[in-house]
Design a protein around this ligand. Structure first.
Ligand code: UDP
Length: 340
């Protein structure tokens, strides 16, 4: 029998490991998995994750992905792993690449060893649009050339490649979800989960810090890109829509296959357009200044998520940037500003 044999029959309650379950996306997917009736164990070292984001009804193991074998023992009965734990700042990866290789790649390979040793049948991996680098064609399909322009993208691409060989050689049912730019928050049934990076590096939460009076102004990194207003273009996806795709991906995972799906909305917004939406939602004038380009930034990243729609049956419920910024602002005001 191949190492990753077995697995659940459709729709039943299963036991899943979520690495990075105290982080922004991992905590929201954990909530949805629990609500769908699954048993979830969260593995997180809390270096960038937050205890407050841990689901009270999930088991929590404090540790690094490098030590996943402690949790993923052959008799623990795990049916799948959703692997979120990673460093995520493209700009930082240009100056501290070694951190990214050690965490994102070496950590993931250790996790993969543990998954194989324990015979866990399925794995869903948080990949990224950064694997594509500067695309030749927009929107970007999964078949596009992968040529990352920053170490963050390279470290994620390395794991994607490892997953392809793992599924081919050992039968793992693997899915990589290539996230474009994620925004918004999960605010329902008294649960509030959202973005809390410290220090913050992403455009929308930084703009919200300005709107909240916690920063004086926003710097726009580069206004000489070949785009309509000279600023970079990104494709934003609501974190709830993104999270839902993980549950669909688990169901679609097929033994011996590594399936790859882009997740975005297919519309590009320049950084200046994003700032305009934040101004509209918050009512704050949001002073900006132009700063030099951030090294490693591709000019434009816009997804074709056709494959996710047709093969996973994924449909975004909150596709507008206004929805995303509104939810992100609600989270910021109620969870960060009012509860320091
Ligand atoms: N950006 C910016 N000012 C900031 C943070 C980000 O101009 O304070 C730009 C960044 O250079 C990129 C876009 O916003 O063009 C999106 O960057 P972010 O870090 O949010 O996500 P990424 O696309 O790198 O994953």
């Amino acid at each position: 029998m191949p190492p990753h044999a077995g697995g659940r029959q459709g729709g039943q309650r299963v036991k899943l490991l979520v690495t990075g379950g105290a982080g922004y996306i991992g905590s929201i997917v954990t909530r949805m998995l629990l609500d769908a009736g699954h048993e979830v164990v969260v593995l997180d070292d809390l270096r960038t994750g937050h205890r407050v984001a841990l689901a009270p009804d999930a088991e929590f193991v404090h540790g690094q992905v490098h030590d996943a074998a402690r949790v993923l023992t052959p008799d623990a009965g795990f049916d799948g792993v959703l692997h979120f734990a990673a460093l995520i700042a493209a700009g930082e990866s240009m100056v501290r690449p070694e951190l990214y290789w050690a965490n994102n790649t070496v950590g993931s390979l250790a996790l993969l060893d543990a998954v194989r040793a324990a015979g866990v049948p399925r794995m869903v991996f948080s990949s990224t649009a950064a694997v594509y680098g500067n695309p030749v064609e927009l929107p970007i399909r999964e078949t596009a050339v992968t040529a990352p322009t920053n170490p963050y993208g390279s470290t994620k691409l390395a794991v994607d490649l490892a997953l392809t060989s793992e599924s081919t050689a050992h039968g793992l049912a693997a899915v990589s979800l290539r996230y474009f730019n994620v925004a918004g928050a999960y605010l329902r049934d008294g649960v509030a989960l959202g973005e809390r990076h410290d220090p913050e590096t992403h455009l929308i939460p930084i703009a919200l810090e300005v709107a909240a009076g916690r920063r004086e102004k926003l710097q726009i990194f580069g206004d000489d890109y070949p785009t309509s207003d000279g600023t970079c273009i990104r494709d934003y996806i609501h974190v709830e829509d993104l999270a839902r795709a993980h549950l669909l991906a688990l169901d679609a995972a097929t033994p011996g296959e590594h399936r790859v799906f882009n997740l975005g909305n297919g519309s590009g917004f320049t950084n200046r357009q994003v700032v305009d939406v934040v101004r509209e939602v918050t009512g704050h004038p949001l002073p900006v200044e132009t700063a030099p380009r951030r090294e490693g930034d591709p000019a434009a990243l816009v997804a074709s998520a056709d494959l996710a729609r047709t093969e996973l049956g994924w449909t975004p419920a909150k596709p507008t940037l206004t929805d995303m910024v509104t939810d992100a602002w609600d989270f910021y005001r109620t969870q960060i500003l009012e509860r320091p």
